[in-house]
Design a protein around this ligand. Sequence first.
Ligand SMILES: Nc1ncnc2c1ncn2[C@@H]1O[C@H](COP(=O)(O)OP(=O)(O)OP(=O)(O)O)[C@@H](O)[C@H]1O
Ligand SMILES: [Mg+2]
Length: 384
Amino acid sequence: MSQQKHLVIVDDEPVILQILSAVFEDGPWRVTTCASGQQALDVMDAQGVDLLITDKNLPDVSGLQLLEHCRAQNDLSEVIIITGYASLETALNALELDAFDYVLKPLNNVFDIKRKVQRASEKQDYAMENRRLIAELSEKNAALEQALADTRQLQQELIQSEKLAGIGTLAAGIAHEVSSPLFGIMGLAEAILDEDDASVVDGHARDIVDYSATIRDIVVELSSYSRAAASEYLTTVELSKVVDDAVRLVERSVDRGDVTITTDVAPETYVNARTSEVQQVFVNLVKNAVEALVESGTGSSVRVLAGRTEGSVWAKVVDDGPGIEADKLDLVFDPFYTTKAPGKGTGLGLNIVYRIITKYRGSVQVESPGGQGTTFSLQLPVEH
Ligand SMILES: Nc1ncnc2c1ncn2[C@@H]1O[C@H](COP(=O)(O)OP(=O)(O)OP(=O)(O)O)[C@@H](O)[C@H]1O
Ligand SMILES: [Mg+2]
């Protein structure tokens, strides 16, 4: 205890006060003696109180009243009652009011009193330490709850920002994809200007409509992907459609050499989720597979398979590429784990996949037996 405790001793018999102040003189406490109940009330109000020894029968204020006042002042204070009558009633009274202990007059054994005060003081120390720990715990608890809320918020922002960062790299590929129909349109439009034959103009116009539709589809795909998930409702997502969209987005945006991407999704496979998030999962898995195959020059096929079983939907993205070393399998879902050259990958793709899937109470695993390609498997519960 850094601060000295205040011990207040109250008795109307001067000799008792004298004895007790002598007993506690060299103790660790700051002692105040009071010859009346009123004086004790004033002292407690003015200076506070930690320990109180009081006569039970004072002429002005009863010892039990002092006890109550003491408790009101400091709810961790401890009180010892001095009484002239060794009756059961006195003992019960004192205990009922939660006095720490009582001592009998005449005071034959002053060391006994000292021991009792010592023990009361120790009990008080424990209670104070307890209270401090509880306060500290609840403070930490509040901080933890806040941290959890912040993390959730951050997670949502991260999912969105990774998607936007992903769009940067997708956009480069997509610009290329848009540019060929666009050049086609420009060429045809110029040709129309110089063309007199109505039937040729008609054919060019139809081609322009077709090219424009291609560009429109690309733009629609990209904008559905970039939509903020939080503003989107949970819907029944048809997996075959989302997988097709995701594959198309990857095909348009990543240079895949002679890697072929095939899909085999059982019809009527539905999950209850946000379309853009499910799409994000497949874009990341398929894009990773294609990138691994192209980068390493091994393997030539990426397959996306999906179907449903009782109560859940499963999907696999399987490639025959370089595989992942056994000791790296545990790392791939970690944020910022990447084997790509600086500036090429953020290492967030699979972490986002993991977050999205676990958010829907699903699970995702990776396997790469003996470096023979890589398989990412996911399961999502179907809830209604
Ligand atoms: N199909 C795969 N075959 C081999 N390695 C893979 C495959 N998929 C993921 N990896 C490994 O896991 C790492 C982490 O993938 P993740 O998608 O999280 O990040 P990234 O692809 O490196 O970067 P980003 O996705 O942010 O552009 C990759 O760098 C790669 O080493
Ligand atoms: Mg990736």
